[in-house]
Structures are given as structure tokens and as C-alpha cells.
Design a protein around this ligand. Structure first.
Ligand SMILES: NC(=O)c1ccc[n+]([C@@H]2O[C@H](COP(=O)([O-])OP(=O)(O)OC[C@H]3O[C@@H](n4cnc5c(N)ncnc54)[C@H](OP(=O)(O)O)[C@@H]3O)[C@@H](O)[C@H]2O)c1
Length: 273
């Protein structure tokens, strides 16, 4: 594998592992890496049947794929994954979920599992493979955060906080290993049309299609920015400007806005049968 310190990352000969490859953004990132000629792909999620279907599709187009079905909320299963996959050159830490309910009504076990999948597993996986990348002087990490990591959302307090963790973690990691040939990229999408909202708010109204990005587009934009060495990408101009606009508003105004949004949500929940 040829390192290319200044230009795009060379994918031929590289071994990439994608978490959350069974659906949505992770599935599209896997397809995107395959289209760009990745040497080998390791596909990770819980739903083995879906991973095998994707591996079959990509293998038919010439990409070598391995399926490793793991529940990332379980640290022992994550350790097992690491033991089975000793070398990873490019890590896509994408698996994650959110749950949209007022904090006090949320299932405590699920809230903690969200932190395990969205944060703890990422730390475990990066700790396992990033030192090797830095030693070899070549590698990459793409972490999937969220616009909610910049702008906390009421009724998604744990989710927003877990994504703020991902953002801060990617910054710190980049500062440590960026100069040693490891490209750390943060992909922070706004609403994307995936199974995420079905998982996050069962039965809730979906984000209007006009405001959602397609997972393929998000994946393409993120992978291109990552391989080109950009530190961070918020896909979609409307989301990018929305996040930038909100971030320059004064904190007291944002707090009032958040509190008002939560009151409206509580009222709406109260009207539910
Ligand atoms: N969609 C959005 O609006 C949006 C916006 C911003 C950020 N994001 C972030 O984008 C990432 C991908 O989400 P998505 O939109 O593509 O949603 P998705 O379609 O629901 O995909 C989530 C992926 O994570 C995997 N996953 C969830 N829990 C897991 C566990 N315990 N162990 C292993 N894998 C697990 C799922 O696989 P299995 O169920 O097969 O395990 C699935 O492949 C997430 O980190 C999410 O927070 C999404």
C-alpha cells in the first residue's frame, strides 16, 4: 500500500472496517469505498443477514469482504472483534442510534446502551487500531457525529451529548496522530433518510423529505472529504449554514429556544392518546 501524505489516501491494498454497515449511512459508505477500489472491507453490525447480503453484492463487483456480526454495546463482543481483526488501516466508526423522548421518560438501560454504542465502542476500536496506523505512518479514521453534536436537541439530550463526545474525541485524536499520517475525519450530518428515525422515534412523523439528505449523498460527500484530508464535513449546504447560524446565536437565546421547543414537545406528547 502506497502512503500518499499530501494527496488522497490510496485505497488499493488497504483494509477498511465499517461499523453499522447493515443500513443507512454505513451501508452507503461501504458501497462508496468499494466503488473507489478499497482492497478489503470488514462489515460490522448486529444483523448478519444484511451484512452477508451487502458482502455478496460487493464481492460480485470485485471487492473482498468479511462479515463480522457484533453487538457494539457489549465491550466483550467489541474485544472479540478486535482480536479477530488485528489489522485495520481505515476505520469508519459509524454505528449509532438515538432515542427521542424526554430524558425522564426514557429507558435508563437504553440510554446507557446509547452511550456504549455511540461513544464507548468508538474509544475501544480506536484504541485497538489507531496506534498501529500511527506506527505504520498511514491510516484513517472517519467518525460519524451529528449536527446534534453542535446544537443539543431537547428530548434527545443523551444522543446530542454522545455526539458532542464524538466531535471532541475526533479533534483530540486528530491533534495527536494527524502529523503521523493518520487522517481523522468528523462527518456530522443533519437529517438523513435512513432507518435512524424509525429507531429513534417509533411512530413519530418523519423529517420532511425536502430537509433530509440521502444516505448515498452523505456517504459520498463524507468519504471524499475524508480521503482528501479535510478534518470535518457537515454534508448539505442547508445543514451547514443552519448549524453555523445557530452557533453564532447568544447562549441565553439558544437556551430559551431549546426550552420553548421542549415545552411544545411536551404539550404535543400530552395530547397523544
Ligand atoms: N439519519 C440521521 O438523521 C442521522 C443524522 C446525524 C447522524 N446520524 C448518525 O449516523 C450514524 C448511522 O446512522 P443511520 O442514519 O445510517 O441509521 P441506521 O440506518 O439506523 O443505521 C444504524 C447502524 O448502526 C448499527 N447499530 C446500531 N446499534 C448497534 C449495536 N448495538 N451494535 C452494532 N451495530 C449497531 C445498525 O446495525 P444493526 O441494527 O444491524 O446492528 C445500523 O447498521 C449513526 O451514528 C447516527 O447517529 C444519523
Amino acid at each position: 500500500m502506497a502512503p500518499s501524505p499530501g494527496g488522497e489516501l490510496e485505497l488499493a491494498g488497504a483494509r477498511a472496517l465499517v461499523t453499522g454497515a447493515s443500513s443507512g449511512i454505513g451501508l452507503e459508505i461501504s458501497r462508496c469505498l468499494a466503488r473507489r477500489g478499497i482492497g478489503e472491507l470488514v462489515l460490522v453490525a448486529r444483523r448478519r443477514n444484511r451484512l452477508e447480503a451487502l458482502a455478496g453484492e460487493l464481492a460480485a463487483a470485485g471487492t473482498t469482504c468479511t462479515v463480522d456480526a457484533v453487538d457494539l454495546s457489549d465491550p466483550d463482543q467489541v474485544a472479540g472483534l478486535v482480536a479477530r481483526q488485528p489489522r485495520v488501516d481505515l476505520l469508519v466508526g459509524n454505528a449509532g442510534f438515538g432515542w427521542g423522548l424526554p430524558f425522564a421518560q426514557g429507558d435508563s438501560e437504553l440510554q446507557c446502551r446509547m452511550v456504549d454504542v455511540n461513544c464507548r465502542a468508538l474509544v475501544q476500536l480506536c484504541r485497538a487500531w489507531v496506534p498501529g496506523m500511527a506506527e505504520r505512518g498511514w491510516g484513517g479514521v472517519l467518525l460519524v457525529g451529528s449536527a446534534a453534536g453542535y446544537v443539543p436537541i431537547p428530548a434527545m439530550a443523551v444522543y446530542s451529548a454522545s455526539k458532542a463526545f464524538v466531535h471532541a474525541f475526533s479533534e483530540g485524536l486528530r491533534a495527536e496522530v494527524g502529523s503521523r499520517g493518520v487522517r481523522v475525519h468528523l462527518l456530522a450530518p443533519g437529517p438523513v433518510a435512513t432507518e435512524f428515525s424509525t429507531v429513534a422515534r417509533p411512530g413519530a412523523r418523519r423529517t420532511p423529505v425536502a430537509l433530509s439528505s440521502s444516505p448515498r449523498r452523505v456517504a459520498e460527500e463524507g468519504v471524499e472529504a475524508w480521503l482528501a484530508g479535510e478534518p470535518e464535513r457537515i454534508p448539505g449546504a442547508h445543514v451547514r449554514w443552519g448549524v453555523r447560524g445557530l452557533r453564532v446565536l447568544p447562549d441565553p437565546f439558544l437556551r430559551a429556544l431549546r426550552a420553548a421547543a421542549f415545552r411544545r414537545l411536551e404539550a404535543a406528547l400530552g395530547r397523544r392518546p
